[in-house]
Design a protein around this ligand. Structure first.
Ligand code: ARG
Length: 586
């Protein structure tokens, strides 16, 4: 369906052109005085200058022309030259009926030219536990992915594991100290390596911090870890076998964690997968004259004349020839283009890496790794802070592991559900998991991604206010009324509103398309949140002043129920795009 604002605009534009004015003056927007009207057109004020006429006269002519269009209940001039518009209840009802008839998409059309999009999100580092810093990337990226898919794009999500750094050398060094007899350390060994890993995930998670601690204190230990990293990266067989064990064990654990978050990836590629592409990429940069040696390192200039801040050169290789985070990201683009040839690459990463991505993007464009037709987008997110305004920590002051955070929220939810006391233990636990996830995800997504926010467990788990649980309550409320009515689909049209609150709800439903389109275009899940919060409020207002099940007029009751089904479906579709679900009861 065509967006409602567009439909109104089409009519108003006709009004302007019929009166001899340019179509560009037929602009319509949501009213900024909802007490006066639903929509407004300010075009006559702009046209006045061009046509040297009083705005009120122009507005008057146009209103006269639009006069008896059935789309409008009101279309009038308001000094000094605004056109105030209210839609007719019949038109609104027809529009929402159309949405209700489209049971899959509620009138939202797919984009005319679907794109192939790759999203780089999650970005966990192997062998280090997932912490809350990785939470935001996973939550935001997942929602951007789901939304783009719904809009018709072909979307490939890649977790882009951090699996190529010093952390690998550290683990190998510590392991060698603890179990020197392992065959992986025997350089003369030529046979097959065991298929079973010589450690479990808990050992791995203990080994890494231990090794990292030692390396900070003991320079020779750090030296050993760097050597191990170098040897690993230059093909030492035993170490590569260890790397694949570390990867397997970690990835299994990561998958388990992401599953709890309802986050899935199409590709589980990592930094290490980019390594084979580095030599040719570097050679080409040199041959093409882009890369040059500066203070021993190989760099590419990426500053531009319009820069207001200094953008340093993009470093490709360190003076010892070692590759860096940049090198890996650029080489990753090489295989992404070669294997997938996407129209667009989106990176959902901490905004503190923004300058870094500016350098990498410019370098990729300049050197031709990314062709002109492919867009590069950085979606930078802010920090999740604790109530003290500082980055979120455990009570002991350590880095909060994602699992513990989720557990804490779930426990809190369970406590609340048990206070209400109507569910058996098993249902209560399941519900706490579902609602807890909504609290965490909505708490995050309802903020503009680039902003920092405060993780406030009491607020996030509250059933009142702009929260996930509030949205879920609203959905559950719809479900329970429909269950009581004994229907889940109704074959009737939605009738013109019978009250202000019903009109409010219907109008709010008409905004769904616009909300989704702009969330999609701006890669901004918070716009979906803002929309469903308004929709839930409009629904609850309607619910509180309408007798739905007790309505005696059958046609009216059926129309109410149909409106309920649509509201529930639109809310459920929206939370699906945000990445969570609603329970049956709460
Ligand atoms: N592993 C990185 C980190 O923990 C994030 C990776 C972001 N993605 C990328 N292509 N660089 O900071």
């Amino acid at each position: 369906m065509k967006e409602i604002l567009q439909q109104i605009k089409d009519v108003v534009v006709d009004g302007f052109t019929a009166c001899g004015y340019d179509e560009k003056y037929g602009m319509v927007s949501l009213s900024n005085r909802p007490d006066l009207c639903q929509f407004q057109c300010n075009g006559a004020l702009a046209a006045a200058k061009a046509y040297k006429k009083a705005p009120i006269a122009i507005a008057g002519e146009v209103v006269e022309k639009l006069g008896d269009n059935t789309m409008f209940a009101k279309c009038e001039v308001c000094p000094p030259g605004f056109i105030n518009i209210n839609l007719s209840d019949e038109f609104i009802a027809q529009f929402v009926s159309g949405m209700a008839d489209d049971e899959e998409r509620f009138g939202v059309e797919k984009v005319a030219q679907p794109k192939k999009v790759m999203i780089d999100y999650g970005g966990p580092n192997v062998a280090k536990p997932l912490h809350v810093g990785h939470l935001r990337s996973a939550i935001i990226g997942e929602s951007i992915k789901r939304t783009a898919r719904f809009m018709g794009d072909e979307v490939i999500g890649d977790v882009h594991l951090g699996d190529w750094g010093l952390q690998m050398g550290l683990i190998i060094t510590e392991l060698k100290l603890r179990k020197p007899e392992l065959v992986y350390f025997d350089e003369s060994y030529e046979g097959e390596y065991p298929t079973e890993a010589p450690f479990t995930i808990s050992e791995l998670e203990e080994i890494y911090p231990c090794a990292s601690g030692k390396s900070k204190e003991d320079p020779s230990y750090k030296e050993a870890a760097m050597t191990a990293t170098y040897e690993l990266q230059h093909g030492r067989r035993g170490y590569q076998a260890l790397l694949s064990h570390i990867l397997n064990v970690s990835v299994n654990d990561l998958k388990r964690n992401y599953e709890k978050l309802d986050v899935t990836f199409d590709l589980w590629k990592g930094e290490s997968d980019a390594q084979p592409y580095i030599p040719d990429m570097v050679q080409k940069m040199k041959d093409d004259g882009f890369a040059y040696i500066s203070e021993g390192a190989l760099v590419v200039d990426v500053k531009e004349d319009t820069d207001t801040k200094e953008v340093p050169p993009c470093m490709i290789l360190k003076s010892d020839g070692a590759s860096l985070y940049n090198t890996t990201d650029l080489a990753t683009m090489v295989w992404r283009m070669k294997d997938y040839n996407p129209d667009k690459l989106i990176y959902v990463v901490d905004k503190r890496q923004e300058l870094y991505f500016t350098q990498v993007f410019r370098c990729a464009k300049k050197t031709g790794i990314i062709p002109d037709g492919t867009g590069l987008h950085f979606v930078g997110f802010g920090t999740m802070n604790g109530k003290d305004g500082k980055p979120f920590k455990t009570r002991q002051g350590g880095v909060m592991r994602l699992e513990y955070l989720l557990q804490e929220v779930e426990d809190k939810m369970l406590e609340k559900i048990k206070e209400n006391g109507t569910m058996n233990d098993e249902d209560a636990l399941k519900t706490a998991q579902i609602v807890g996830l909504s609290a965490v995800k909505y708490g995050d997504l309802s903020n503009q991604a680039s902003k920092d926010y405060i993780f406030d467990i009491d607020r996030f788990t509250s059933a009142e206010g702009n929260t996930g649980p509030y949205i879920l309550y609203t959905i559950v409320r719809c479900k329970s009324i429909l269950a009581k009515a004994g229907v889940d689909s109704i074959d009737t049209a939605i009738l013109p509103a019978h009250s202000d609150s019903e009109r409010g709800l219907q109008l709010e439903l008409t905004r769904f398309m616009a909300a989704l389109n702009s969330a999609y275009e701006d890669m901004a899940p918070h716009k979906i949140c803002a929309y469903i919060y308004d929709l839930a409020n409009a629904f609850n207002r309607f619910y509180h002043d309408t007798k739905i099940l007790a309505e005696e007029d059958e046609a009216k009751k059926a129309s109410y129920l149909k409106l309920l089904v649509l509201t529930k479906n639109v809310l459920e579709k929206s939370i699906e795009l945000l990445g969570f679900k609603a329970p049956e009861r709460m």
